[in-house]
Design a protein around this ligand. Structure first.
Ligand SMILES: [Zn+2]
Ligand SMILES: [Zn+2]
Length: 340
């Protein structure tokens, strides 16, 4: 069995995983991250001694909750804190269960290369643990400086890291990708020849959400017409949590007609604060017989669990697994993406 410090580390990371799953406030998550750093500086002996004497909370960075989780792990007791947290944050699944069972990968997620919280390998281990055969790594492109987006040089370096992770994790596959910014004129934030080298590319709007309807329609259609864009991410950019944000306004008939013409998929973004696109747009996309991709847009390992939200949404609109491209194998997915 692991040593006390390794057990404490694992328990704290498990708590972070559950907290990320419920999109807990960052202060809460940070408390556990801080505790990880404190534990890292302690010897096994001091950990055991403080767990026994209940003096862990005397240390900077350890509070009552984190102290309880650490003590239980160190002394190899079952953790009621973790058990309660697991139960409270479990993601329910309803009508969408058949779709979830058919899903084999996640095509939109981030790592520490851009604004994600975990390295590629950590995300891959979590995706594999959920039963996925593959994940597409889609960090941000350079224009999104606030998210430390990737330019050509960093995309190439990331391809090397993907190769390393794949060598360790086969048969699980990390597919190369990018969440490339759709610029205001509909052009893309990375050169076409490099986009062509990536397995799967998500195109998303991250600026000027309020542009006039005609301009936004043109912007989206331009991106959809690009042979390098395989799917459009969070197409309306609405936010349904916090202060909320109305979705962008565009002519959905024209946009979806373009998706049908160029065989571009629509992402069902499962982030709880996005839930994008809304039901009426999904129903319209279905009339155009479009392909869907149910993505978590995870920025942390626990967020990879969000696909049930999108599965339920599609099932409630009578859309089945056949319309969902991440029910395909990695080879089928990459084959489709490269043939378009
Ligand atoms: Zn995005
Ligand atoms: Zn994203």
């Amino acid at each position: 069995m692991q040593n006390p410090r390794a057990r404490a580390n694992a328990a704290l990371l498990q708590a972070v995983y559950y907290l990320d799953r419920e999109l807990a406030p960052s202060t809460k998550v940070r408390a556990f991250i801080r505790a990880l750093a404190t534990v890292d500086a302690l010897s096994d002996d001091e950990l055991v001694e403080r767990a026994n004497s209940q003096t862990l909370t005397e240390l900077d960075g350890i509070g009552p909750s984190t102290g309880e989780v650490i003590a239980d792990a160190v002394l190899e007791r079952p953790s009621s804190y973790l058990a309660k947290l697991e139960a409270r944050t479990r993601i329910p699944i309803g009508a969408g269960e058949a779709i979830r069972d058919a899903i084999r990968g996640d095509c939109h997620l981030h790592s520490t290369w851009s604004d994600g919280a975990a390295p590629v390998a950590t995300m891959a281990v979590a995706a594999r643990a959920l039963g996925h055969d593959y994940m597409v790594l889609t960090d941000h492109s350079a224009r999104l400086t606030i998210a430390h987006g990737l330019d050509e040089t960093r995309v190439r370096r990331q391809l090397d890291e993907i190769a390393t992770v794949n060598a360790q994790m086969a048969p699980f596959r990390v597919l190369s990708g990018l969440e490339v910014d759709i610029l205001e004129d509909g052009s893309l934030d990375l050169a076409d020849d490099l986009l062509a080298e990536l397995d799967v590319v998500v195109g998303s709007v991250h600026s000027k959400f309020r542009m006039p309807r005609e301009d936004m329609t043109r912007r989206l259609v331009m991106a959809i017409a690009s042979p390098h864009i395989d799917m459009i991410g969070h197409i309306t950019n609405r936010k349904v949590a916090g202060g909320g944000r109305d979705g962008s306004v565009f002519d959905a008939e024209i946009v979806f007609a373009a998706c049908a013409r160029f065989d571009t998929a629509i992402e069902i973004n499962c982030r709880p604060e996005r839930q994008d696109p809304p039901e009426d747009l999904v129903a319209l996309a279905r009339q155009w017989d479009l392909k869907f991709c149910i993505n978590t847009d995870a920025h942390a390992p626990g967020q990879l669990e969000w696909q049930p939200y999108g599965c339920d949404k599609l099932a409630q609109l009578d859309i089945g697994p056949d319309s969902v491209i991440n029910t395909w194998s990695a080879d089928e997915l990459v084959g489709w993406a490269s043939s378009r």
